[in-house]
Design a protein around this ligand. Structure first.
Ligand code: SF4
Length: 449
């Protein structure tokens, strides 16, 4: 009945893990009768799923939460979920009187009950960690109809000094391999052929019996699954077993997003990344030897406390040595509650120096990506067509090595595969022309050593 219609709107900030958590929340609320809506205006429940990784992400959320007051009707409730909820806890309730729910990433199982309490007028905080929580039995309501994200691991044990994640998502824990495989089979039955495995350090996955290599091989045996990706790995967790499993599982795509953060061993030490410049470059070499044609992207932070000009030059030279296909670049942002706050204040890098280094890094990455992409013109790629491009005419697809390619084809091709020749590039994205399929399946490659 119309009078019983209950609606929920979720706005998501931050990383893909948060998008996946929003899918879990929508799934669990759908199971108790909530309908997802595309606008906060007049929704019964408005949830903002937040990110705490950078100061400006939190500022944006605070501004947005204030605006959402205007969307509320009598009886609406507004809740803050995710990493910022975990970090600030009840402080959010003090700052925003119209917010009645604050729920951390391990609290979503109780979401319907917590919402019911808020609807009875209570103001509720749920930010305890639950090391057993994997949301195993949840049925996510997926936003994407072409590829599916599967969280296989939650939390992080690394504690890099700049990072708030270990304090907002708690210690690392992994799902059981059989459950992940079952979810992948369900995804294929629902018509999707690509999965992206998610974890804070996804390749350190272990369910107590199986490691990440076992997981990749098990998913490689799922009938109908054509592509497996994962994000984000930690360089230290690329064991020989994992690299062999990647190379010998034809459905594992030839792309790795390998966060480097800095090319200076001294800076990496202060970041507590637990690898040196040389060790990072050695991982790159091992991956490339096992998977020729591998696309490599990365994350880099400039201006970490104590970073000297010489350290920054080492970052630039490491970028050139690797020849990244692309990079997410960040200016260091100090987060309250992270170990970096205890570094001596005199190590802070002046803002104008950080900006200058950032500009030089971006120019270096762009130049490198452009040169690499120009060198690929004339080559063929198999695309998974993901959507209609922004111009409304071309379709946008993704190659196995993670290149974005625009191609003229019928919209009915979305969700399917198309072989193309790369005919043009803007420097970052490509245009392609459909060609007859001539793609042999990737054969298992022998591994050195
Ligand atoms: S590995 Fe480091 S950067 Fe990544 S989530 Fe863990 S602590 Fe943060």
């Amino acid at each position: 009945m119309l009078a019983d219609r209950r609606t929920v709107f979720i706005e998501t900030y931050g990383c893909q893990m948060n998008v996946s958590d929003s899918e879990l929340m929508l799934g669990t609320l759908a199971a108790v009768g909530y309908e997802a809506v595309d606008s906060p205006d007049g929704a019964d429940v408005i949830l903002v799923n937040t990110c705490a990784i950078r100061e400006n992400a939190e500022q944006r959320v605070i501004g947005r939460v204030g605006e959402l007051k205007r969307s509320m009707k009598p009886g609406s409730i507004v809740g803050i979920t995710g990493c910022m909820a975990q970090r600030l806890g009840p402080r959010i309730l003090d700052q925003a009187r119209h917010v009645s729910l604050v729920i951390g990433p391990d609290g979503y199982r109780a979401l319907p009950e917590l919402i019911a309490r808020a609807q009875r007028g209570q103001r509720v905080t749920a930010t305890d960690f639950d090391l057993e929580e994997h949301y195993e039995d949840f049925q996510p309501r997926r936003f994407d109809k072409v590829k599916a994200w599967i969280p296989v691991q939650r939390g992080c044990d690394y504690k890099c000094t700049y990072c708030i994640v270990p304090y907002t998502r708690g210690p690392e824990r992994s799902r059981q391999l059989d459950d992940v495989v079952r979810e992948a089979r369900g995804i294929v039955e629902a018509g999707m052929t690509e999965v992206v495995l998610l974890g804070q350090t996804v390749n350190s996955y272990t369910d107590g019996t199986h490691d990440f290599a076992d997981l990749l091989r098990a998913l490689g045996r799922v009938d109908g699954l054509r592509r497996i990706r994962f994000t984000s790995p930690h360089p230290n967790d690329f064991t020989d077993r994992v690299i062999a499993a990647m190379a010998e599982t034809p459905t594992v795509c030839e792309h790795v997003h390998l966060p480097m953060q800095s090319g200076s061993s001294a800076t990496l030490k202060r970041m507590l990344r637990r690898y040196s410049r040389e060790a990072y470059l050695a991982v790159v070499n091992r991956l490339r030897a096992a998977m020729p044609g591998l696309g490599l992207t990365t994350d880099i932070i400039v201006g970490f406390p104590g970073e000297t000009d010489a350290d920054f030059e080492e970052t630039l030279s490491a970028c050139r040595a690797v020849g990244f296909d692309d990079a997410f670049t960040f200016q260091f942002s100090m987060r309250e509650g992270t170990p970096a706050t205890r570094l001596p204040p005199e190590l802070a890098v002046p803002a104008d120096v950080v900006q200058d280094r950032y500009d030089r890094l971006v120019a270096t990455i762009r130049g490198m990506a452009r040169a690499k992409n120009l060198s690929l013109l004339g080559q063929r790629r198999e695309l998974l067509i993901e959507k209609v491009a922004r111009d409304g005419e071309l379709l946008q697809g993704r190659s196995r090595d993670f290149k974005t390619v625009l191609v003229a084809a019928d919209a009915a091709a979305v969700g399917g595969y198309l072989d193309v020749e790369l005919t043009g590039t803007t420097g970052s994205t490509f245009t392609g022309t459909p060609v007859a399929p001539a793609r042999p399946e990737r054969q298992p490659l022998p591994l050195a050593g």
